[in-house]
Design a protein around this ligand. Structure first.
Ligand SMILES: [Zn+2]
Length: 185
């Protein structure tokens, strides 16, 4: 298969690919994955129970948020269907927060957690100064919020994309210099 990563049509298909098609999308394959993800997130409840309904809601919230973030990145109007999903989710019940010596403790069921996530997403999406970007690595479709000083981040994350791009560039330089040496000898 021949691909041309610089062609406009390819760029289009990359941009319109649903987040579920990305490697990140496959991380949430079943309700148990969602329970683990919530437990692992700082600032979310330690334990929630996901059933098929809340799991489907989480997936549609993720797809809709991704679409809206992409709309922001591409400076186009928000997709009405995705707005409806995120706004409806944000209108639901919210988790309880408590302050203690250990900091903030949040409790609530998964529906409340999704509502909280939708609200947080709205705050970012409504912020004209938020630097939303699409990852610079070809093949990665993630959109991320660049909070770095001067907003100079290029990749969604160093572990998954930044280091891969840097390692590939290093290998390319090594190959180029090896070829140059080969010619010189
Ligand atoms: Zn990436």
């Amino acid at each position: 298969m021949v691909t041309n990563s610089s062609s406009p049509s390819n760029r289009q298909s990359k941009a319109s690919e649903p987040v579920g098609g990305s490697p990140a999308g496959r991380l949430l394959a079943a309700p148990a994955d969602l329970e683990r993800w919530v437990a692992a997130c700082d600032g979310l409840p330690d334990r929630v129970t996901a059933d098929s309904t809340t799991f489907e809601s989480a997936l549609s919230l993720r797809e809709a948020t991704y679409r809206l973030a992409l709309d922001r990145v591409l400076a186009r109007p928000f997709d009405p269907g995705s707005l409806e999903i995120v706004n409806a989710m944000a209108a639901g019940p919210v988790p309880t927060v408590e302050l203690g010596d250990a900091g903030l403790r949040m409790s609530g069921d998964l529906r409340a957690v999704l509502s909280h996530i939708a609200r947080s997403g709205i705050v970012v999406l409504a912020d004209a100064d938020a630097h939303l970007k699409e990852c610079g690595r070809a093949g990665c479709t993630r959109v991320y919020l660049d909070r770095s000083r001067g907003a100079r981040r290029t990749w969604c994350g160093m572990d998954e994309c930044g280091n891969r791009v840097k390692a590939a560039a290093y290998r390319a330089r090594r190959r180029a210099s090896a070829t140059a040496e080969g010619r010189g000898a």
